[in-house]
Design a protein around this ligand. Structure first.
Ligand code: S3P
Length: 430
């Protein structure tokens, strides 16, 4: 078991380079594999989750070369996958299993998808139901959990009204829509990250977006744009944005961060709380907006209400938002965050447990969370419970806690941000 010791930080200064976007890296592999032609993917995220996606497509017969963060994928067309010899293992990656299921539903072979112990406990009914409506043949443990056995079938289009706001569910249906004869429509409950839609457009798919309605028509050809450039992951940048906002005297610049509006709930909420985060040098590449972010320490911060409708745009940043809220004056109320309970761990529990040990006033109320601040945090021995975002959020909390904290079980950080501690060390002044 890996553990890390973190002392109270003096100041953060300098320029930070954050690893590439995880959501976009997964999609880049999947959609390039289904396209005609070779795609050169610049800044592919070499984290454990994305490497599972790459391995899955290798098992499905796709050829690629990977040197540093430059990935070249030889697409085989939408029917270019072949049946693997064995089942496909996808580790801890929810995005891999849910999105790939949509693709496999339309093939003409059978296979089994399996995850690690944590992934095998995460709900899949949310994708199995709509895919079955399309004609997919899927079996699951208790009709909900991996391993998933999928027998490819001829798919028909659906009009699907989402019950939960989930980009993974939406993406899975849209990818299956490539195989359904006619037009598949997904009506989102709330706007979720739109990387799949943007990338499918980049590959010339027949996809239309009208507010919460997304239509895709079966396409027998996705055409490679030859090159895709992936920005840094806003969700990984969020830990550094929070650190610079909270550690007195700090000022950092984070380069080339993805600023897709469907991902910016945390940034917008922080600014409402009084934080100083500026976007500069905004530009667009590979159909994804990006910018450099300039962050300065700011006090006082004030508590805010985060409404259910804002949750999807900051779903992965809610753990670090809980840390920030402990330092804001008054109450921060996060409403309708139940989806946090079905992430890599129950992130409401893991964060409440950790932050309470540090002295924070944080109370879960079913799917809502109430945090009162500001509370001086004290050092503690903390546990990630195997969840990468809990590990990194508690590490940032440790930067403002008196004394030396210990974070246990930090291997999970490999999932999204393998060099997290080395990157942090570079901007921490002694
Ligand atoms: C993701 C969507 C979100 C997010 C996850 C990545 C994606 O999950 O929490 O980390 O890449 O589509 P849900 O779709 O389950 O909300």
């Amino acid at each position: 078991m890996q553990k890390i010791e973190i002392e109270k930080a003096k100041i953060l200064r300098g320029v930070v380079f954050i690893p590439s976007d995880k959501s976009i890296s997964h999609r880049a592999v999947m959609i390039s594999a289904l396209a005609e032609g070779r795609t050169c993917i610049k800044n592919f995220l070499r984290s454990q989750d994305c490497l599972w996606t790459l391995k899955a497509f290798k098992d499905l017969g796709i050829k690629y070369s990977l040197e540093d963060s430059m990935l070249e994928v030889e697409g085989g067309g939408i029917y270019g996958l072949r049946q693997p010899a064995d089942k496909i293992f996808v580790g801890n990656s929810g995005t891999t299993i849910r999105l790939i299921l949509g693709i496999l539903a339309g093939q003409n072979f059978k296979l089994t998808l399996e995850g690690d112990d944590s992934l095998n406990k995460r709900p899949m009914k949310r994708i199995i139901e709509p895919l079955r409506e399309m004609g997919a043949q899927i079996q699951a443990k208790e009709d909900d959990f991996p391993p998933l056995v999928v027998q490819g079938a001829s798919l028909k289009p659906v009009l699907y009204h989402q019950k939960i706001a989930s980009a993974q569910v939406k993406s899975s249906i849209l990818l299956a829509g490539l195989y359904a004869k006619g037009t598949t429509k997904v009506y989102e409950k709330l706007k979720t990250r739109d990387h799949t839609e943007r990338m499918l457009k980049l590959f010339s798919a027949d996809i239309q977006i009208r507010g919460l309605e997304i239509s895709i028509s079966s396409s027998h050809k996705l055409i490679s744009p030859s090159e895709i450039d992936i920005p840094s992951d806003f969700s990984s940048a969020a830990f550094f944005i929070a650190a610079a906002t909270l550690v007195p005297g700090s000022q950092i610049i984070i380069k080339n961060v993805g600023v897709n509006p469907t991902r910016l709930g945390f940034l917008n909420s922080l600014v409402t709380m009084g934080a100083q985060v500026k976007k500069v040098n905004e530009r667009q590449l590979s159909n994804e907006p990006r910018a450099d972010l300039v962050i300065e320490f700011r006090r006082p911060l004030k508590g805010i209400n985060i409404d259910e409708k804002d949750i999807p745009s900051m779903i992965d940043e809610l753990p670090i938002m809980m840390v920030v809220a402990t330092q804001a004056e008054g109450e921060t109320f996060i409403k309708g965050a139940g989806e946090l309970r079905v992430k890599e761990t129950d992130r409401i529990n893991s964060m409440v447990l950790g932050l309470r040990k540090m002295g924070a006033d944080i109370r879960p109320q079913e799917d809502d969370i109430l945090i009162k601040g500001p509370t001086p945090l004290k050092s503690a021995t903390l546990d990630s419970v195997g969840d990468h975002r809990t590990a990194m959020s508690l590490s940032i909390a440790a930067l403002i806690a008196k004394g030396k904290s210990v974070i246990r079980n930090t291997e999970c950080i490999q999932t999204s941000f393998p060099d997290f501690y080395a990157t942090l060390k570079k901007v921490l002044l002694k």
